[in-house]
Design a protein around this ligand. Structure first.
Ligand code: ZN
Ligand code: ZN
Length: 131
């Protein structure tokens, strides 16, 4: 039986919309506090611009400088590839899970999106030949 991450209450499965079916294996709702828990399909966690926890799918993960000796490290073929691809060590504090991911943190992606502006069109003066 799955339990609510907020209050520990009992979760019941709720119906997914067509789009949600593509992205989530299941969606649960707490009987007590109505908190919704989304269970993303595994492959979804390896796509997208930002790094997220392979277990619960949260974007609120932190980057670790070195491996924590206490918390477990997520293993598996995809994560082995992430490490080979230059992935950095991350940590999900909800799951207490360490994993490798080569993507940026969601906060960094958001910051980059603010900075990234459409390329400026070259001014007509720049195209004129000298002389
Ligand atoms: Zn709850
Ligand atoms: Zn997690």
């Amino acid at each position: 039986m799955r339990k609510c991450g907020k209050c520990g209450g009992r979760l019941r499965r709720v119906h997914r919309t067509f789009r949600q079916r593509f992205s989530y294996m299941a969606i649960y709702q707490c009987r007590e506090c109505k908190n919704r828990e989304f269970v993303p399909r595994r492959f979804q966690l390896h796509f997208g611009a930002a790094c997220r926890c392979p277990r619960c799918g949260t974007f609120r993960v932190v980057r670790l400088k070195e491996r924590d000796r206490i918390d477990p490290l997520h293993t598996g073929f995809l994560h082995y590839l992430e490490k080979l691809a230059g992935g950095k060590l991350h940590h999900c504090r909800w799951c207490r899970l360490q994993f490798y991911d080569r993507r940026r943190l969601a906060s960094e992606v958001a910051a980059a999106a603010l900075v990234d502006k459409p390329a400026a069109t070259p001014s007509p003066d720049a195209a004129k030949p000298d002389g």
